[in-house]
Design a protein around this ligand. Structure first.
Ligand SMILES: Nc1ncnc2c1ncn2[C@@H]1O[C@H](COP(=O)(O)OP(=O)(O)O)[C@@H](O)[C@H]1O
Ligand SMILES: [Mg+2]
Length: 245
């Protein structure tokens, strides 16, 4: 078997006395969609920040396509082929939609630059290229953030609750969009609370609680796991399987 695309081993990061991520290990294979789930405060965003270089790990390894990236600067990790979106949408409000994507294209490596128009069409923003980003609705800002991430031509995309806050019909579109990424050969590591989306999209799920991995496997099996159910029940906000839509 070939080496996984992403190999996380023993990843750890503390804040003061709090182990936000504790000895976390998992793999993402090329073209796979992996769900990273767990109750609020379990360390999911911190894990994505450690992988993307936004935060430095205290210990552990992040190998991507065989290269060690743990502790590397975010732009280096982006150039290596890992792009991300943020839990709280970040678009450049004063720029147009097209300029936002062009900013992403500048970070991408020379020969692999995509085309802003193609990227915007891909995420369903084809008609809005010249609008100001601040004028976009919430879902369209999310689409724009995704287009900007895709401008890096990533082999791995990290999504932090990209589906959160979408209405039911937007959710259907959002799920289809994520699925289409796999069709395009992009692997996805998605932090998500919308369990129906996890069930329908993910090849594999990793469950965190209090910084540590408590389960992993197929979505259906993992969501039925007693430890996982208990972890979520301890958090009134995030019961797995709760209808989020
Ligand atoms: N920059 C930080 N400084 C101090 N504590 C943090 C910081 N970032 C996250 N934490 C803490 O780490 C834990 C995990 O947070 P986070 O990774 O955001 O969880 P999740 O995304 O699963 O909700 C929480 O207890 C949170 O308060
Ligand atoms: Mg989070």
């Amino acid at each position: 078997m070939s080496a996984p695309l992403l190999q996380v081993r023993g990843l750890g990061r503390s804040f003061g006395g709090l182990r936000a991520v504790d000895a976390l290990s998992f793999d993402v294979a090329a073209g796979q969609i992996v769900g990273l789930i767990g109750p609020n405060g379990s360390g999911k965003t911190t894990a994505l920040n450690l992988i993307s270089g936004a935060l430095q790990p205290d210990r552990g390894s992040v190998r991507f396509e065989g290269r060690e990236l743990a502790g590397a600067a975010p732009h280096r990790i982006a150039r290596a082929g890992i792009a991300r979106t943020f839990q709280l949408v970040r678009v450049f409000q004063r720029m147009t939609v097209r300029e936002n994507v062009q900013a992403g294209l500048m970070v991408g490596h020379g020969d692999h630059r995509g085309d802003a128009t193609v990227l915007l069409e891909r995420v369903g923003l084809g008609g809005r290229a010249d609008q100001g980003a601040a004028q976009l609705t919430y879902i369209d800002q999310k689409r724009l953030e995704l287009a900007r991430a895709l401008a890096l031509q990533p082999r791995l995309l990290l999504l932090d609750e990209w589906l959160a806050g979408l209405n039911p019909s937007e959710l259907v579109e959002g799920v289809a969009l994520i699925r289409s990424l796999r069709g395009a050969g992009i692997a996805v590591l998605m932090v998500e609370h919308v369990m129906d989306a996890i069930r329908s999209l993910c090849d594999h799920c990793v469950v965190m609680n209090s910084g540590a991995k408590i389960a992993e496997g197929a979505a259906a099996a993992v969501l039925a796991d007693r430890l996982v159910v208990q972890a979520y029940l301890g958090d009134d906000d995030d019961e797995p399987g709760r209808a989020d839509v």
